[in-house]
Design a binder for this molecule. Structure first.
Ligand code: ADP
Ligand code: MG
Length: 688
């Protein structure tokens, strides 16, 4: 096994590299790599009892073995086990196959049974001579990657399981949240890797088996411990004390805004101001539905810092979004005499140098930009507040880098993270032991609700006609093109075609095209034409430009909406309905060859029609997809929860939440061992 993480990569074999890719470096990592499912090699099934789709092991006698050429060269082997017959097909085979499968041979074969015109069939089953001992445990099938065979992985896991330190890390008196949770870690792992054949497969599958309960408890406890540790560490750090006495700029900005704040905006503004007035770094997530008005809340928080003589940074995930923020903030802040700098990747060298100087000298009180803001050579004079917009789009490392931008006297900046893909508040509060959460749960007044329609792609013409109507009323339209997994090139072809079609169907209308591969200057030019209202229709390939704000746009068409995730659809829909005009969202769907939509796709589209409330959408999203993916990959940039499911395992989460502080206070060595066992080198990431 690859024990030493420091051994040079080139001495690793291909499967060892693949193990690394899966993050399986230590023995314990392998021991915690649990099967996706199991195969049953513990018994022999009679063909007559096998159901279509089952993977079964049979023992039978070969009654025919021949090569046919139609429809292509293949070896056809008929076997009979006394209860029924089955035809096995091999498309690739060697003379040795024919020898082993000669008529009269007794074989043991394992494969998926399918029905068909010719009776039962198996494609490329595994086979060997009949007889020999049967397995005593179910055979695990592990998640893997290309270049890593199951057999190799199985051996590696067994080695890991035998060598890993599985000693107890829970404190002696820890009670269990669930009476089934009393298995030891060692027993639970032994069992899940090699369950005895009498187990209920359903209990393994839905993870309600006691062995699963134990693992989920362990995992949740590790998360809670590491987040709580991070929080306690942060509470010992110091951050600039931003008292509220002098609120000159803050109040002047408030007075200059063309609108009054909603009650929710005022409330979260106070929550943030209270954090800033403490000498420990703020670590707050500001959740608010698309269009709820998070930007102005961030701007007001920035004013508090600037009033006190400090700098602020605002980081956005794309250049277009950063540019929009910059334009908006300059409009608000320049009249107050505040210099705003901006930093984006595609900037001219000369401009960038000037910006860097303004930032280093403190002349720029606010810096708006993309990832460019966290580059090494960007030096702030005195950064006090870092705002991260659309925080779920940033990796954890990037958030950490922004925190590292302030070294002044060992202090840390306050962090405000904003997210328009909210997760239910209660879930956020209990899961993120480490994060305070503010919620804007009210939209600015005067918005008319967006009407959403789901329409088959075959009625595209009607949709185009509808675009014409909107344009005639002086409105503007977004058309988002299908997302084709892993093929930017295809995305582009599609968008280009749609752009051409719409240009032809709508003579005299300026139809623009925006895609991710365009040079930034060109993107900006297109976006400017759309923002200024000259361009009637904007065709766009991807979701990269989420966050743009063009209040005159009143129709959003999303092509192949069935391919988008629920929160993406909601984000996209949120681009319209930003002004007073009635807005609509059309979800075009294609059914492909099957002629019908899949169940989850249908559920997603239904949810979109039924609600425009982001929190409700988040709840449904959680229901449809399960929170592992939801919280893990999307919210934090790293898959954090592998085993527990927060919608069903809430009692386990509560248990872990209560135990974590007790462990940290009374059993610190156990806590440390527990976290390093589960999170290893990843725990650093959890601090962001
Ligand atoms: P998001 O929360 O999605 O980032 P924005 O900050 O972009 O939303 O705000 C959406 C739009 O609503 C902007 O045009 C913004 O100026 C406007 N807005 C924000 N707060 C209010 C308010 N209290 N009343 C009216 N309009 C507002
Ligand atoms: Mg926003």
């Amino acid at each position: 096994m690859s024990e030493s993480p420091s051994s040079p990569a080139k001495t690793l074999t291909a499967p060892q590299k693949a193990l690394r890719k899966l993050g399986l470096v230590r023995d314990i990592d392998l021991a915690l790599h649990l099967p996706l499912r199991y195969e049953d090699e513990t018994r022999i099934v009679k063909l007559a009892d096998a159901r279509e789709g089952d993977t079964v092991q049979i023992e039978a006698t070969v009654t025919a073995c021949e090569i046919t050429m139609r429809p292509r060269r293949q070896l056809l082997v008929t076997v009979d086990d006394g209860s029924d017959t089955c035809v096995m097909r091999f498309f690739s085979f060697y003379p040795s196959h024919q020898k082993a499968l000669a008529v009269g041979s007794r074989i043991r074969a394992r494969g998926e049974v399918r029905g068909g015109f010719m009776g039962l069939t198996m494609m490329h089953p595994n086979f060997k001579a009949a007889g020999g001992a049967l397995s005593t445990a179910l055979t695990p099938v592990y998640p893997t990657v290309a270049g890593l065979a199951q057999a190799y992985l199985r051996r590696a896991v067994i080695t890991g399981l035998n060598h890993a330190d599985l000693s107890e890390t829970l404190p002696p008196q820890a009670h269990w949240p669930d009476p089934r949770g009393t298995w030891s870690l060692r027993d639970a792992l032994q069992f899940l890797h090699h369950p005895t054949p009498d187990v209920s497969l359903a209990a393994l599958e839905d993870r309600s088996h006691p062995a699963w309960i134990r693992l989920k408890c362990e995992e949740l406890l590790a998360q809670q411990l590491s987040q709580l540790t991070a929080k306690r560490e942060r509470d010992r750090l110091r951050a600039p004390h931003l008292r509220l006495q002098a609120r000159d700029l803050h109040d002047r900005l408030l007075a200059a805004l063309p609108f009054g704040l909603t009650g929710a905006q005022q409330r979260v503004g106070q929550e943030i101001a209270a954090d800033l007035a403490r000498a420990v770094p703020m670590h707050r997530l500001l959740q608010g539905d698309v269009g709820a008005g998070k930007t102005v809340v961030a701007a007001l928080a920035a004013m508090v810092a600037i009033d006190a003589g400090w700098q602020c940074a605002l980081m956005a995930p794309t250049e277009i979004l950063a540019t929009q923020h910059f334009a908006k903030l300059v409009g608000w802040l320049e009249p107050l005499g505040i210099n705003v700098a901006w930093l984006i990747g595609s900037q001219k060298k000369k401009e960038r140098t000037a910006m860097l100087e303004m930032i280093a000298s403190g002349e720029a009180a606010l810096v708006v930009g993309t990832h460019a803001v966290i580059q090494e050579h960007v030096k702030f004079k005195n950064l006090a507040l870092a705002v991260i917009d659309e925080q779920h789009r940033f990796g954890v490392a990037q958030r950490l880098a922004l925190r590292g931008k302030m070294q002044e006297g060992g202090m840390e900046p306050h962090m405000l993270m904003m997210s328009a893909t909210p997760i239910p508040r209660t879930l956020a509060m209990s899961y993120y032991a480490d994060l305070d959460v503010s919620v804007i749960d009210e939209l600015p007044p005067g918005r008319t609700p967006i009407v959403t329609r789901v329409i088959s792609d075959s009625r595209r013409d009607e949709v185009v006609a509808r675009i014409g109507t909107q344009l005639a009323q002086g409105r503007q339209v977004y058309w988002v093109c299908p997302l084709i997994e892993e093929s930017e090139a295809l995305d582009l072809t599609n968008a280009t075609q749609t752009h051409a079609d719409l240009s032809e169907a709508l003579p005299g209308v300026m139809v623009g095209l925006l895609h991710s591969r365009m040079p930034v200057a060109e993107k900006k030019a297109v976006m400017d034409l759309f923002t200024s209202g000259q361009m009637g229709v904007l065709v766009s390939t991807t979701v990269i430009e989420v966050g743009v704000d063009v209040p005159n746009a009143s129709l959003m068409v999303i092509e192949h909406a069935e391919r988008f995730g629920l929160s993406q659809l909601h984000q996209l829909r949120g681009r319209v309905g930003r002004g007073a005009a009635a807005s609509a969202c059309v979800l075009l769907y294609g059914t492909g060859d099957s002629g019908r939509l899949g169940e989850t796709a249908r559920e997603r589209l239904r949810a979109m029609v039924e609600t425009t409330d982001g929190f409700e959408i988040a709840r449904r999203d959680l229901e449809i997809r399960g929170p592992g993916e939801f919280l893990g990959a999307r919210q934090s940039g790293a898959p954090l929860l592998r085993f527990a499911d927060l919608t069903t395992d809430t009692p386990l989460l509560e248990w872990a939440r209560e135990l974590a502080p007790v462990m940290l206070d009374r059993y610190p060595p156990l806590a440390e061992r527990h976290v390093s066992r589960w999170l290893g080198g990843k725990s650093e990431y959890l601090k962001a």
